[in-house]
Each structure stands twice: as C-alpha cells, then as structure tokens.
Design a protein around this ligand. Structure first.
Ligand code: PLP
Length: 338
C-alpha cells in the first residue's frame, strides 16, 4: 500500500522518539516550568531572531482556536480564506473558544488571500457596523492548496489587517514546508512582515503530536497562557510535548523532513500534467479521469478525492517518510492508467 492521503498518516521521526526516551528518565519540574521548555523558548528566540513567548499544545485545532480567541472578542470578526482549516475542518472550535466570534471566509486564487480583496471585505464589515467588529486575520502557511505566501504577500495582508485594527494569526500546520520553500528568513516570513501569532506545526512533519503557539506580540501572553491552562492544554508532563519540539528543531530535523516531503511532491508534480495549483510545498492537487482514479485505487494507491476543487480533483500528499520509489511507482501507475 502506498499512502498519499495526508502527512498525518506518517509516523514519527526516530530522532524524536529517541529524544523522548532519553528525557523520560528522572524527575523534572512539571506544567511547563522545566528546563526543556525553557531551552525550547531560547531556541525559538534564536531561530526567529526576536524576543517571543511560546506555549506548546498537542493539536493544531487547539493552537488555532486559543490564539484566535486571545485576539478576538465574542463580537469580533475573523477573516480567513474560504479553504481555511479553521473554517472547514475544526467543528466550530474558533467560534467556540471565542465565545461566538464570526468567521468571514474569503475566496482567492490558489488558496491565498489577496490584500485588496481582504481590505474590501473588512471595509464593508467595518462600515456597516452591525455584523461584527473586525478583530483578526488568519492566514495558513503553507496554504490548504499547497501554495506558499511570500514575505511580501504576508506583509501586504498584515498591513491591511493592522490598518483595520485586526491582529494576524498564522496557521502553520505546514510552516516547515513553507519555510523551506522560500529562501526568506523565518523573521521575514513572520514578525517582520507583521504576524502576531504563529501556530508552528510539527505533527505533520515528524512529531507524534506537538504544535507550538509562538507569540511575537507578547501583550497576548498573559491571556493566552490563562486560556491555554483553562482550555485543558497545559500538560502536566510538559517535557514530552516540549521535548518533541526541541528534538524537531535539533540538527535541523524539521527542515530536513520538510525538504524531503517538498522534494517528493515536486518529483510527483513534474510527472503530472494534470496538476491544478502551483506545487510549492508537499501537497499536489490534480484533476484525473474517473477511470484513472479507479485504476490507481485498484492497485492499492491511497489518496483522497478533493471535491472542493471540482469534479475529478484529488489530493496527493507527500510526507517526511514518503520514499522516492513510492512516488516513482505512482508515476508509473499513472502513466499506464491514463
Ligand atoms: C491547515 C491545517 N491547519 C491545522 C491542522 C491541525 O489539525 P489538528 O487539530 O488535527 O492537529 C491541519 C491538519 O490537518 C491542517 O491541515
């Protein structure tokens, strides 16, 4: 069986498992007041070249909902792309954690929000003054369509957000894939462009379950820490959450894993004239004939239909453990199934 369903179907990197086995010995301070969490905070400060605060969580949904809630009152408006995970896949968690804020999904080509469109939508909501109070703009990096915002694109969106009194949240479930896709520094991709909070993912790229809320706007830290605790995300044995992330950042494991996943997606896309979007990270969307899809599935290839992108659309995701041979097998099967 060759699995292109999701990066979540991949297991965990041995480096992370070995690190957890090492740090399992002995006693250590609980609830995040441990030296591993402190080291992780320092590592992040060095990596992003700025002062910042962190909160480890075990799901992306939790990280997104908590961060957005810290920026958005119950009467607030949250602006996101129409494909956004927070809009389509989180069972109303952002609405729940904000106590009822309203999400405004906005269309845009290739899974990306565009600054002019965003400004128009926020202006309309702000002017009429009776739907919601614009509070937060949420971007996904890399996007749900497998594309990547450039630092200039992030800056343009952040400028619009800040000019309208909104803060900016980035859903970085695939932030590693975005980071290796651009030559930009992490600082240029985030806080220097105006990002206030990044939810930095590791689960999809080699961790067991670890995401990190990275607060560049530290005025949010007190409230977010309280929400994190109250929302049930404060692990008692935090060493195991922080330890996953610490190992993820050690010896560039996160970059190596993401580079590999992106390279596998590029290899696949290069052999597929049917691609639907620019392949800039580790996800390939393509439109295939129903007979081709059936033949691939009959040979055991696993992948999801993606009706959001129209009839015949499929999503093919490469992960950190996708082998070159698996990509080549899919390409060969496609060549004989078309
Ligand atoms: C864009 C995006 N954001 C966030 C998540 C995180 O979701 P989870 O709560 O399953 O960790 C995912 C996972 O599929 C995702 O694709």
């Amino acid at each position: 069986v060759t699995d292109f369903r999701s990066d979540n179907t991949h297991g965990a990197s041995p480096e992370i498992l070995e690190a957890l086995a090492r740090i399992a010995a002995g006693t250590i301070t609980s609830y995040g007041n441990d030296e591993i969490t402190a080291r992780l905070r320092e590592r992040c400060r060095a990596l992003f070249e700025t002062d910042l605060e962190i909160l480890p969580v075990s799901t992306g949904t939790g990280g997104n909902a908590l961060s957005i809630a810290a920026m958005t009152p119950p009467w607030g408006g949250v602006f996101c792309h129409d494909d956004a995970h927070i809009h389509r896949d989180e069972m109303g968690a952002p609405e729940f954690f904000t106590n009822g804020a309203k999400l405004f999904p906005i269309p845009g080509p290739n899974g990306k929000l565009e600054a002019a469109t965003l400004a128009g939508v926020i202006d309309d909501i702000a002017c009429e003054g009776r739907t919601a109070k614009p509070s937060c703009v949420s971007l996904t990096q890399a996007t749900e369509a497998g594309t990547v915002y450039t630092p200039d694109e992030v800056r343009a969106l952040c400028d619009v957000a800040h000019a309208h009194g909104c803060r900016v949240h980035v859903d970085g479930a695939r932030f590693a894939n975005a980071a290796v896709s651009t030559s930009a520094s992490l600082a240029d991709l985030t806080w220097r462009a105006g990002v206030d909070v990044l939810v930095f993912g590791a689960t999809k790229n080699g961790a067991l379950a670890a995401e990190l809320i990275v607060m560049f706007d530290q005025s949010l830290a007190d409230e977010l820490r309280t929400r994190w605790h109250r929302g049930g995300h404060r692990y008692s044995k935090m060493r195991f959450l922080s330890g996953q992330f610490d190992a993820y950042l050690t010896d560039d494991l996160w970059l190596r894993n993401a580079r590999h996943a992106n390279a596998m997606a590029a290899r696949l896309a290069a052999a597929m004239p049917e691609v639907l979007m620019p392949v800039e990270a580790n996800v390939v969307f393509a439109r295939l004939a129903p007979a081709t899809i059936a033949k691939l599935r009959a040979q055991g290839f696993l992948f999801y239909d993606w009706p959001l992108f129209g009839e015949g659309a499929v999503r093919l995701v490469c992960g950190f453990s996708t082998a070159e041979e698996e990509v080549d097998a899919l390409v060969a099967a496609l060549n004989s199934a078309r």
